[in-house]
Design a binder for this molecule. Structure first.
Ligand SMILES: [Zn+2]
Length: 264
């Protein structure tokens, strides 16, 4: 029996979502945030996800003002309050739903947020991305390397092994970046601008122009003097005109230019 949005029935738990979950509930055609669940023996994680809300977006679950974890099995007409993650989300803090926090902010980006991944890499964030990633690979990397998953695929985030994640709402990559910086509280302080390879996440190393002259186009050779190289894929980087445009867009997002420490 599907969950009901209206009347209550005997021995059926009631789920009450806060307004932040409307994004997911509306995507499933639900007009309400209050649900009377069909009486069945199931963990609260499964009940929540059956309504289209991935567990990674849940900040707290309260039953009679007591916090419970995802394994809680409702048995009566309890009213269960589902709270969203408060922002900024501190992934280094232990909570009942996430008893094993991460040490640091590192990302793995799904194939549907590739341009966001490159922007994060440009700002110096440790971000793993490939346009060939399968869902299972993203989940495996997140678990093995303690990385936060960034994706626009809600279904991916229902995997139990994914603990920290953000289901990206925006469509424009710069707005997605703003969303990530805001959600995880990363918009403060300096960024290691242009310090990582935007293809393979390795830290770039400065390289003498003389040693790579044969690889440069005539105009690049003429107008630029400082270069860096990725020790992994050997791509060469320099601060071309597109970096100026990127800085302008970042400034428009509210990132002050003096927060962008450039390397080399
Ligand atoms: Zn590289």
């Amino acid at each position: 029996m599907p969950p009901g949005e209206q009347g209550d029935s005997m021995n059926a738990p009631i789920l009450l979502f806060d307004r932040h979950f409307l994004f997911f509930l509306a995507a499933r055609g639900h007009m309400s945030r209050r649900f009377t669940m069909a009486p069945r023996r199931a963990a609260i994680k499964d009940m929540i996800e059956s309504l289209g809300v991935p567990h990674t977006e849940v900040g707290a679950i309260r039953v009679n003002h007591q916090e419970v974890d995802f394994s809680f099995v409702p048995t009566t007409t309890e009213q269960i309050v589902i709270k969203a993650i408060p922002t900024p989300f501190d992934i280094t803090r232990k909570t009942l739903l996430r008893p094993q926090p991460f040490d640091q902010v590192k990302f793995v980006a799904d194939v549907n947020v590739g341009r966001l991944a490159r922007l994060l890499l440009s700002l110096g964030f440790d971000t793993v991305y490939s346009n060939g990633f399968k869902d299972s690979e993203v989940a495996k990397i997140a678990t093995r390397e303690q990385r936060i998953v960034l994706t626009r695929d809600t279904a991916l985030l229902k995997r139990k092994c994914i603990v920290f994640a953000r289901r990206i709402r925006g469509e424009d990559p710069y707005l997605q970046l703003k969303e990530v910086l805001g959600f995880f509280g990363l918009a403060r302080g300096k960024f290691d601008f242009l310090s990582r390879c935007t293809t393979c996440n390795c830290r770039l190393q400065p390289i003498e122009k003389q040693t790579i002259l044969h690889r440069l186009e005539p105009k690049t050779k003429r107008f630029y003097t400082r270069f860096s190289i990725c020790p992994n894929c050997c791509r060469i980087f320099w601060k071309g005109s597109h970096h100026g445009a990127m800085k302008e867009r970042l400034r428009a997002l509210g990132i002050p230019l003096d927060a962008l420490e450039e390397r080399p």
